[in-house]
Design a protein around this ligand. Structure first.
Ligand code: DNO
Length: 391
């Protein structure tokens, strides 16, 4: 697989020159200053493309070309927004960017409750604590009907937490769940707005949208967009939900085998592809990452390599790339065999060494990801050797 790296543009504290030194071959990036739904103009795409080329690298994957919320909830403007999406896709294809990653997660993308969970060795990692998440949902957001989504035991724990949680911890939860994790991936909240109020409004758009309707809306979108991807030789790769279960009472439709099979069968075209995010999928008790990689190998156009460890009570922690439920050795064995030419990137890395001093986006540290890339490269080298010696 091609070794790629998610880079956040010219303002990223990690430069393309640094990436060349550590053996990165392709860049995964986006026009981060464009709000979802806006056309990515030819000029803007070409300017970013030239910047990457001038540094001796190439733009391998657009992640994400975001799908506007109106498309997901089926708002009045969706046809226009889908037209815009097609133009952006064509402009990317013209610039030679033929792999596009997107997701169909309503209202919120990835969810964590702690961005700096200390590990025994002094590094930090990302963490999801079910009770803290539930606390945010029931007590801070005060979502109508939220309590019904939690068991009696969980509600008891929420109550206990309420008696000890500090204001600073509450503020940190808000910041982590709906500001910091979302802000750098096209989900910036309005400047000056109260994040909780803003988020409540976003949730309202999905009133009455159940799994069935969300699937319908994805189908509507794909029916219009995949023919253009086919014409342009682009693979559109849907990203699994992170984590792969419902949050805030919202439907999530890319959570495991049944969901992915449903999407892949909607349009049986290799241009209707999958981003195999081993990390997201591994956070679902229902999922076995190697089994899913094997099952959908033909349709995987892009891979995110990371792993999680499932903990008791619905919590999970991002694990070492060599361990955890992502079972990356086996996943890499399958992908190197079935899809040796696709781009892959290491996903989230730990915060280690000098990382804490740099202003990186949550999950996207330099040393932590470099360390993970070295581990992944090692696994890839061994697997290639296995494959070559059996041929
Ligand atoms: C966060 C990522 C997401 C993901 C997009 C894909 O670190 O998992 O931002 O890349 O949702 O569309």
């Amino acid at each position: 697989m091609e070794k790629t790296w998610r880079w956040f543009g010219e303002n990223d504290c990690i430069t393309l020159e640094m990436l060349r030194q550590i053996g990165v071959e392709g860049i995964v990036t986006a026009l981060y200053d464009q709000p979802p739904g806006e056309v990515w103009s030819e000029e803007a795409v070409n300017a970013l493309n030239s910047f990457i080329k001038n540094a001796g690298l190439h733009w391998s994957v657009a992640e994400s070309l975001p799908v506007a919320e109106e498309i997901k909830y089926g708002g009045a403007d969706r046809d226009q927004l889908i037209e815009n999406y097609k133009i952006s896709l064509i402009n990317l294809a013209k610039a030679g960017v033929k792999t596009i990653c997107y997701n169909f997660m309503p209202a919120i993308d990835w969810v964590r409750t702690d961005l700096d969970r200390k590990l025994p060795d002094g590094t930090t990692t990302l963490y999801f604590d079910k009770i803290r998440f539930a606390y945010f949902d029931c007590r801070i957001l005060q979502r109508e009907g939220a309590e019904a989504d939690y068991s009696e035991e969980e509600k008891e724990k929420i109550k206990k937490l309420d008696s000890i949680i500090t204001d600073a911890e509450k503020a940190a939860l808000i910041d982590t769940i709906i500001v910091k994790t979302q802000g750098f991936i096209h989900r910036k909240l309005r400047e000056g707005a109260d994040p909780v109020e803003e988020f409540r409004k976003q949730l309202q758009n999905y009133q009455g949208i159940d799994k069935h309707l969300l699937r319908e809306n994805l189908h509507y979108f794909l029916k219009k967009v995949i023919p253009v991807a086919e014409e342009q030789g682009v693979t559109l790769c849907i990203h699994p939900d992170d984590p792969p279960f419902s949050v805030f009472g919202l439907p999530r439709i890319v959570t495991g085998e049944e969901d992915i099979a449903w999407i892949m069968n909607l349009l049986k075209s290799k241009h209707n592809g999958l981003t195999f995010c081993a990390g997201s999928l591994s956070a679902g008790v229902q999922n076995d990452a190697p089994h899913l990689a094997r099952t959908f190998a033909e349709r995987i156009g892009f891979a995110h390599l990371r792993s999680t460890e499932l903990l008791p009570d619905g919590n999970f922690v991002e694990a070492s790339h060599l361990g955890g439920n992502g079972k990356l050795i086996e996943v890499i064995r399958i992908l190197e065999k079935e899809q040796p030419c696709i781009p892959m990137r290491v996903d989230h890395g730990r915060v280690m060494l000098d990382d804490a001093r740099n202003n990186h986006n949550p999950g996207y540290s330099f040393y932590g990801r470099m360390f993970a890339l070295a581990q992944v490269e090692g696994m890839m080298a061994v697997v290639r050797n296995e494959i070559d010696s059996f041929q």
